[in-house]
Structure formats: structure tokens, C-alpha cells
Unconditional design. Structure first.
Length: 266
């Protein structure tokens, strides 16, 4: 039977980890930016932890967010999860995005080529589709696809130096920008003029990109945006900060694209 943790279960686990680390309620509350009374309510199940608070707590307590969702408590479970995840994902946790510009341009042009007839995919939606291509690929293969750097903005994201890339491609006549009428207002849409260099992308990368394109067929721009903002890497990142690739390993539900083994889930 699937286990759905309640606020009380999560509060108990938070309390157990805090005590196992020898951290007082006052200290943890201060580091989380909460009052002690708020933390007392969280640990007793009277108040829920926001996604950002849970992420901060996991960082402070050096405990993967997975632990808060376990159905049972075991004295050795916390450290075993930490050790396994650090061995498996440790190198990626400390690595920064490494831009592969040829792949980034190939990804961009391929997305534009494949969504040319979709009027819901305007210029504003392209970075969101690129995000899902990059982060879905990283979740499955634990490698970066384009290595683009994504930053959280208010209700959106941006790709580092993306507008400069767009301007250069327009100047070189690799793509063009047009205006379309959408929902009684004008929107900008990018169209690929030249074909993407698919030799830059391997079969696995193309498969992930195609899956993203198919997944968002028929979705409105608002639905894509809502889905993006509900993804854990976005939810736990502060506005203006770099969205870390390794946060995909904390995804839950529909956002997760990886089939995890029982060992990985526990």
C-alpha cells in the first residue's frame, strides 16, 4: 500500500533527526527563519513545512528530503540514506553547470522546429521546455545535456546569457522572431530558419527532448507555467538563485521521470 505522510508523520521525523543531531528547537528555528513556537507546531503536526522550509531543514540537518517521507523510523536509516546518496550523487552535488553551447543551440533549434505550429509555445515558453529537457535528462542519466544555467525568477525562470544567444542566432539568420495574435494580445514567437545540427545530440538526448515535446502538446502557456513552478527544483530555490540540477532527485509524483529501484526509493 502506498504511504502518504501526514504533517504529523513529517513533524515526528523532523523532531527525531533534530534530536539525533543534538540541535535544540531554538537553534533550528533560528536557522530556518522561524519562531520556536512555529517549529513546535511543525513538529507536533499542527503546521505543515513548506517545500522551501523542508529543503532548508534537510540542508541544515544534513539529511536527504527522502527521509521525511519514510513510513518507518530506524536509528540507522538517516545516515544510510545520506551515505548512499552521497556516494551515488556526490560528485554532481558539488558540480556547477558546464555549458555545452553546441548542444544548447541544437536543443533550442530542434525545439523551435518541432513546435513551430503550436501557437501555445511562444518565445516565453521555450526556456521552460529547455529546462524540462535538461533536468529530465539529468534525473535519468545523471549527466548534463546542454549544461545551461537556469535561475529562478518571480513565477518564471531565465537561462544565463540566453538573450545574447537568441540575438546572435537572429543576426546569423539561424532563426527569426515574429509576432502572433494570441488571446487578443500580441506575443513573440521564435522560428527556426536553419535546421539543428542533430549530430550534436545523441539518441538518448533526442528521446528525452521528444518526450518533453509530446508531454506538453495541447497544454496552455498557463498550464506549462503552473507545472514548472510546482517542480521541486523551482519550489525550493530562492528567487534570483541558480537552480541546482541535483534537486531533481527529490522530485515526487508526476514530475519525476525516472523509474527508481526499491533500494533507491528506501
Amino acid at each position: 500500500m502506498e504511504f502518504n505522510p501526514t504533517n504529523k508523520h513529517i513533524g515526528i521525523r523532523l523532531s527525531q533527526v533534530r534530536k539525533s543531531k543534538g540541535i535544540t528547537q531554538e537553534l533550528l528555528a533560528e536557522q530556518l527563519g522561524l519562531s520556536r513556537s512555529a517549529l513546535v507546531k511543525i513538529e507536533s503536526g499542527q503546521r505543515s513545512l513548506s517545500a522551501h522550509e523542508m529543503y532548508k531543514a534537510s540542508e541544515i540537518l544534513e539529511t536527504p528530503m527522502d527521509y521525511f517521507f519514510l513510513s518507518t523510523y530506524n536509528e540507522t536509516s538517516i545516515q544510510s540514506i545520506v551515505n548512499e546518496r552521497e556516494v551515488e550523487y556526490g560528485a554532481m552535488r558539488i558540480s556547477d553547470p558546464i555549458l555545452k553551447q553546441k548542444k544548447q543551440i541544437a536543443l533550442l533549434l530542434y525545439l523551435l522546429q518541432q513546435t513551430a505550429g503550436n501557437m501555445n509555445i511562444t518565445e516565453k515558453e521555450i526556456p521552460k521546455l529547455m529546462y524540462f529537457c535538461d533536468f529530465n535528462y539529468f534525473e535519468i542519466y545523471e549527466e548534463q545535456l546542454s549544461g545551461s544555467s537556469y535561475f529562478k525568477m518571480n513565477n518564471n525562470l531565465r537561462i544565463e546569457n540566453f538573450q545574447q544567444v537568441i540575438s546572435a542566432l537572429i543576426k546569423n539568420k539561424n532563426l527569426t522572431r515574429i509576432e502572433i495574435q494570441k488571446d487578443q494580445k500580441k506575443e513573440k514567437k521564435l522560428l527556426a530558419v536553419s535546421s539543428p545540427n542533430l549530430k550534436c545530440l545523441n539518441a538518448a538526448e533526442l528521446e528525452i527532448i521528444q518526450q518533453v515535446i509530446v508531454s506538453f502538446q495541447g497544454w496552455s502557456a498557463q498550464k506549462i507555467s503552473d507545472y514548472l513552478l510546482d517542480d521541486i527544483p523551482l519550489k525550493v530555490t530562492e528567487v534570483g538563485e541558480l537552480i541546482r540540477y541535483n534537486l531533481v532527485f527529490y522530485r515526487r509524483g508526476f514530475h519525476s521521470v525516472r523509474t527508481y529501484s526499491d533500494d533507491e526509493e528506501d
